[in-house]
Design a protein around this ligand. Structure first.
Ligand code: NAD
Length: 460
């Protein structure tokens, strides 16, 4: 939670209301000078070459591992993420830093293609200066996914962390800046005014992770200058539970409550085959009651508060409307301070707004269907397309999964792919994507240089 004063951003612990710390607010009219500094620094940074940048950035991994517990504690105090999840985010991010660097290094290697007449070399060059504008729900991982490949590609980065989590953003940037040359990674603190000024400035790429609404604004703002964008946006993920599913496993996915439901690939809609619905719904309710909620610094607690009173109110308004429209409250629904109990609603239908808008809170909505065709139609009736899951006999579930529109679908598991696969938002959940070889390459400009095949092969 934050309070914005004239010159400072105050970070407030959503569990206690205490001030965690402050950062200076970056005046929006100073952003063009920050961009100029990055443009100057980018020349030498790019000239280091891929090997030079890899050598320089590799030691960051060990340092991140050292500070991960402290960053984890900061994540808990700034945004209320439970201790196991916050420590997990920081430790996972730190442990992946080196392998992601190497993966980007490999993705950016020049590539040769030839036919009988021509030898061509595909270079993946830097774009110049990029912005990394990120949300609060994974305040270390989301920045890392936007910053690391961009730096490896030879871009300089201007990083604007969410105004809800400026201290985690600052701590992360400070670690990188122990190793990076001056001006290669700079930080801008603030909210939408600073975001807008950064997008409007003389930069070459905006790597944004956040809501669909802000993503659309950024795309529009980048239009006149045809600035490159990579937008990873919100979701409204569906879980389909087929008649032949292991219902205990499906009810155990419990992807609706992690981080108090404040996860882009949270399961916000569950569609269950009518014939198994009673048993499945009872199981979900039973398992939901096992989630321990409370002080996020208590290591036995699984979910803490919402990030802010504003986010809490958005979720409660959706819940209230759904109940008014006829949804059945099966458990949860209570609220105190910034906490919302893990909540299960059954009897949901697409006449209810809660089945369409991203909720971003600990509310699991269940609707019944009859037959695969109806399940597919319901799951696809959304402008979003981030993740999804299908539980059922493997081939049956695969047949259903291939008819779904999201960029990532899990079968008898969550939507996350194996090592090296990109993180893909399809439809209005993304515009471009990141991670993996193909994701890393979106931070580069491809250039093709060709020579007659009979001429000597030059050094690249
Ligand atoms: P948000 O869109 O409100 O804000 C994201 C960032 O954009 C913040 O840093 C904010 O200050 C900045 N911003 C706001 N208005 C701006 C503007 N006009 N121009 C430029 N920058 C601006 O999102 P949030 O509330 O911080 O995060 C939650 C959203 O992020 C959810 O929709 C969630 O699904 C999404 N998300 C998506 C992914 C993914 O991988 N697809 C991952 C995490 C979060």
């Amino acid at each position: 939670m934050t309070a914005i004063a004239t010159n400072t951003l105050e970070s407030i612990n959503p569990a206690t209301g205490e001030v965690v710390g402050t950062v200076p607010l970056t005046p929006a009219d100073e952003i063009s000078a920050i961009v100029s500094k990055a443009t100057v620094a980018q020349h030498d940074w790019n000239a280091l070459g891929l090997e030079g940048r890899l050598r320089l950035m590799r030691p960051i991994a060990d340092r991140l591992i050292e500070v991960a517990p402290e960053i984890g504690r900061l994540i808990t105090s700034e945004m209320g993420k439970s201790t196991p999840e916050a420590q997990g985010e920081a430790t996972y991010g730190a442990s992946k830093f080196e392998s992601e660097l190497v993966s980007a290094f490999e993705a950016f290697q020049p590539e040769e293609m030839a036919d009988e007449h021509t030898r061509s070399i595909l270079y993946r060059d830097a774009l110049g200066v990029s912005a990394a504008i990120t949300p609060w729900n994974f305040p270390m991982l989301m920045p890392q996914q936007c910053i690391l490949p961009s730096l490896m590609a030879g871009n300089c980065v201007i990083f604007k962390p969410s105004e809800e989590t400026p201290l985690v953003g600052q701590a992360y940037a400070d670690v990188l800046n122990e190793f990076l040359p001056e001006g290669v990674l700079q930080i801008v603190h603030g909210a939408d005014d600073q975001g807008k000024a950064l997008v409007a400035s003389d930069i070459n790429l905006v790597a944004f992770t956040g809501s669909r609404e802000v993503g659309a604004k950024i795309l529009t703002a980048c239009g006149p200058d045809l600035k490159r964008v990579v937008l990873e946006l919100g979701g409204k993920d569906a879980l389909i539970v087929l008649e032949d599913a292991d219902i205990d496993a499906a009810a155990s996915l419990q992807n609706s409550f992690r981080n108090s439901g404040q996860v882009c690939v949270s399961t916000e809609r569950i569609y269950v085959e009518d014939s198994i619905a009673d048993d499945f719904e009872n199981l979900v309710v039973e398992k939901t009651k096992e989630w321990k909620q409370g002080d996020p610094t208590d290591e036995t607690v699984k979910i803490g508060p919402m990030v802010s009173s504003m986010q809490r109110d958005i979720v409660l308004a959706q819940l209230k409307q759904a109940l008014k429209d006829g949804a059945v409250l099966r458990c949860g629904g209570e609220t105190k301070d910034n906490y919302i109990e893990p909540t299960v609603l059954t009897g949901c239908s697409h006449d209810m707004q809660i089945m369409h808008d991203e909720t971003f809170g600990p509310i699991c909505c269940i609707q019944r269907f009859t037959g695969d065709e109806e399940a597919v139609a319901l799951a696809n009736e959304t402008p979003y397309g981030l993740g999804g899951a299908v539980y059922g006999e493997t081939q049956h579930a695969m047949n259903v999964a291939r008819q779904l529109t999201p960029g990532m679908v899990g079968i008898n598991k969550g939507c996350g792919g194996s090592e090296g696969t990109p993180w893909v938002g399809a439809c209005q959940s993304g515009y471009g994507y990141h991670s993996g070889r193909d994701g890393h390459r979106q931070f580069t400009q491809v250039r093709v240089v060709s020579i007659p095949i009979h001429e000597m092969k030059p050094n690249y």
